[in-house]
Design a protein. Structure first.
Length: 192
């Protein structure tokens, strides 16, 4: 492999390319001195079932991340499409984000937004450098669904909120083939 000269990258154009990938939106939060702290995060993903790990990528300059790092634990609220306003609050620099939403504590004492699709309580497992962000691995300690199956996720695509069309959520004819691929991709291979 040869050392190539760094390529000039147009940041705005790259951001537009990244925007072609549709993501769900979560709120990552913690408690500091009995006060909830959190931020909107679309860089959340399932990482591993065994051990149970998730990951998210906060900006290195995030004040909310600093609070989460200090406590060593966090919760994840997976947002429903009805939570656009809450997402906007948590994506802002508003210092009192939880003052504008209904929330409660998880069994582990972490803040959870009411009306979310599901939640997870996690502890920080590892933190890795990721350029202008960090890559945080969290070990799942507890989780649950908070809604009925009719609610839909809040999605972000091309710099705006989007959702799932009702007729698109009906299982396709190839559903069994997809499930076979997802869960039995070989004797020892599995895919979330």
């Amino acid at each position: 492999m040869t050392d190539a000269a760094p390529v000039e990258i147009d940041g705005r154009a790259l951001r537009n390319i990244f925007g072609q990938f549709c993501t769900g939106i979560t709120i990552i939060s913690t408690m500091v001195d009995d006060e909830p702290v959190g931020f909107a995060c679309q860089s959340f993903a399932a990482l591993s079932l065994d051990p149970p790990l998730v990951l998210f990528c906060p900006m290195k300059s995030s004040r909310s991340w600093q609070a989460i790092e200090q406590t060593g634990k966090f919760s994840v609220s997976i947002l429903s499409e009805e939570q656009q306003e809450a997402c906007a609050v948590f994506g802002s620099r508003n210092p009192d984000k939880f003052g504008n939403v209904d929330w409660h504590k998880s069994p582990g004492g972490m803040p959870l937004l009411d009306g979310s699709l599901a939640w997870l309580d996690c502890t920080i497992e590892n933190v890795h450098d990721g350029g202008d962000h960090l890559v945080v691995y969290g070990r799942v300690q507890a989780f649950n669904s908070m809604t009925n199956k009719t609610q839909r996720p809040l999605l972000f695509y091309r710099s705006q909120y989007t959702g799932i069309q009702p007729d698109k959520s009906v299982p396709a004819q190839w559903r069994a083939d997809l499930e076979e691929f997802l869960f039995t991709a070989g004797d020892k291979e599995t895919w979330l």
